[in-house]
Design a protein around this ligand. Sequence first.
Ligand SMILES: C[S@@+](CC[C@H](N)C(=O)[O-])C[C@H]1O[C@@H](n2cnc3c(N)ncnc32)[C@H](O)[C@@H]1O
Length: 404
Amino acid sequence: MIIVKSNKGILKESKPAQGKSFKMIAKTMFGFEEILADELRALGAEDVQPINRAVSFTGTMDTLYKANYCCRTALSILKPFAEFEANNENELYDNVYAIKWEQILDVDCTFFFESAANSKIFTNSYYAALKTKDAIVDRFKRMFGKRPTVDTENADYKFNIHIYDNKVTLLMNSSGESLHKRGYRQGVGIAPINEVLAAGLIQLSGWKADSNFFDPMCGSGTILIEAAMYANNIPAQYYRKKFGFMKWKEFNVSEWKSVRERADRGIRDFEYEIWGSDIDLKVLEQAEKNLRFTKLHHDIMLFNESFENQEAPEGNCMIITNPPYGERIAIEDLNKLYSTIGDRFKSFGEGKTAWLITSDFRAMKNIGLRPSRKIQLYNGALECRFLKFELYDGSKKAKYQNNQ
Ligand SMILES: C[S@@+](CC[C@H](N)C(=O)[O-])C[C@H]1O[C@@H](n2cnc3c(N)ncnc32)[C@H](O)[C@@H]1O
């Protein structure tokens, strides 16, 4: 549905014809914009433009389904459906009230608005979302004597309101719950990495599923599962059942099924090995649960071993890991752990490339190897570095430069 402002300042709406192209926004994490843009281009999206923590693009409903199902680094796919100017809260209320919400929402549904504002007029984005909610509720009450309810946790319909100065955009969140919720997590470790972050690390590393893969501090196995899904070309949301667009009036089940079937036909075998290890048996049991649920337990080997003693798979291997950051560990132990990581990396030798993500810039120095790349990322609110180490033969130790 496209809603445009008429010259009288009242909103008009029109429904796009089947197969018609429209604009969308895919949200992602800082640092993954270019990767997500490439993912969207590969799916056939057009006018692909990386922006801050997001990518804008155009496509049809088919593209929207594909983006939700296949993009590994997208957090949500948003569909803008109304744009107007509001110079005060009454204009915001009136413009929202004028939208034919009864064509979008059922009276007995639940809904929720997320808001973001960069505006001198609307300094409190939460209040703008509240005003928007009031306008919708008042319209339903006037028309039907009943109203849909707000649910902050598990709403049937999720919307976003973006305000820039006096320009307001309303967007439908076609994903519903964040796309990092892949549907495969049965067990959690102490500090599981976000699935979208794990998928982004794998793609940033440049691994093309052309060698073995190893996470020596695998915890509940998120990086391993994302690596196996990538290597086997299993769609990112293969295990997820629910998406926001399934509640939409324009939802076309057969088109959605066709998107799934076409993507699932691309699943292929992976000829190399994927290994994970962790010192903590309890956390490995959680990884095992996740692997069994995904049926990837035949493809991934788990070892209950400390990093100090664990070998990497033979031959060429991509190593990606996220060690503890130090929230629950004494500083001297953390420094020792990072120094051991450096020693162990050195002993892995020729043909291996190692990447590590950490927010602990002090402990990081104890690795004692000079990273060949440093990429700024965020793990939630924590600023991190994703560090690359090229590993050579142990006999050529001169290649290592101590960076302390
Ligand atoms: C931040 S967590 C990794 C989380 C994991 N990526 C996930 O998604 O669940 C760090 C992991 O390192 C493990 N660990 C700590 N010291 C270790 C060591 N010396 N050898 C192997 N694993 C270790 C911890 O048991 C923990 O599971």
